[in-house]
Design a protein around this ligand. Structure first.
Ligand SMILES: C[S@@+](CC[C@H](N)C(=O)[O-])C[C@H]1O[C@@H](n2cnc3c(N)ncnc32)[C@H](O)[C@@H]1O
Length: 243
């Protein structure tokens, strides 16, 4: 089954390296083993501009700094570029997502939920809208957007990096994406703690040895050491997570 993910953006080229590199890129290129194969489709919002100079924005009513993306152009991009081009019956076949500081704040738990719901079913295809400038005319948002996500309490210059962050962190929870399916379970935040420290070759580096417990092959002791280290690392680096 194919799950299409549409990305409405002024900068589709920003996604090229994301799709070409690493395990997330492979998954979104449709290379992953599994029931659902992803197909990423881009809609360049500028292609739907009707103005002489292909602008997509205009100054805000009421004044204020910056420019606002026009509702009519975004509507055309959504209806003609996604709905009609994709052969959908109606907008209810699509989940339209806008990345915005007003949205639900993204974290490990939200990423897992998104991965295990939105990325794991084919009932609706997804449409991400990347804002630019000061954002999008509220009338378009109120009529066409189903959900809002923020990647944190700071302001980006555009939604593209937010979309890539969301897709990258959510797809890790799908079977077959990470080399070892247990990787996502052992990663930071899964049990509310930061990951234990990791070591590889060489055994001695700049006068520092690998902790001896990791070399002794005693599985139970290794697990106990790792559990204790998670607590220590969290206290040291993220004391705010220790309740
Ligand atoms: C310069 S921002 C607009 C910020 C807007 N004027 C405000 O104050 O909330 C341009 C675009 O970047 C994206 N963006 C900015 N910060 C974001 C965040 N924290 N999470 C997700 N998307 C964000 C949104 O799509 C937004 O429309």
């Amino acid at each position: 089954m194919i799950k299409r993910i549409w990305i409405m953006t002024l900068f589709p080229e920003m996604f090229k390296p994301f799709l070409e590199c690493g395990v997330a890129g492979a998954a979104f290129r449709g290379a992953r083993e599994g029931d659902i194969k992803f197909e990423i489709k881009f809609v360049n919002i500028r292609d739907y501009s009707t103005t002489k100079y292909k602008s997509v924005d205009d100054s805000p009513y009421g004044g204020g700094p910056g420019m606002v993306m026009r509702a009519d152009i975004l509507k055309d991009a959504l209806i003609k570029g996604v709905l009609e081009a994709g052969g959908y019956q109606s907008l209810s076949d699509l989940e339209v997502i806008y990345t915005s500081p007003r949205g639900k704040v993204w974290n490990a738990q939200v990423a897992r939920e998104f991965g295990q719901t939105q990325l794991s079913t084919t009932s609706k295809d997804l449409v991400f809208i990347a804002g630019r400038y000061e954002g999008i005319d509220e009338r378009f948002l109120s009529l066409y957007v189903n959900s809002y996500y923020s990647i944190g309490d700071y302001v980006l210059t555009g939604g593209e990096i937010a979309i890539m962050s969301m897709l990258d962190s959510a797809v890790r929870f799908l079977p077959g994406v990470l080399g070892n399916n247990l990787s996502s379970v052992a990663d930071s935040f899964e049990d509310g703690l930061i990951e234990y420290p990791q070591y590889t070759k060489p055994r001695e580096f700049d006068g520092l040895d690998v902790p001896s417990v990791l070399l002794e092959g005693h599985h139970k002791k290794i697990i106990e050491w790792q559990d204790e280290q998670k607590v220590q690392m969290t206290k040291k680096f993220r004391p705010d997570l220790i309740k």
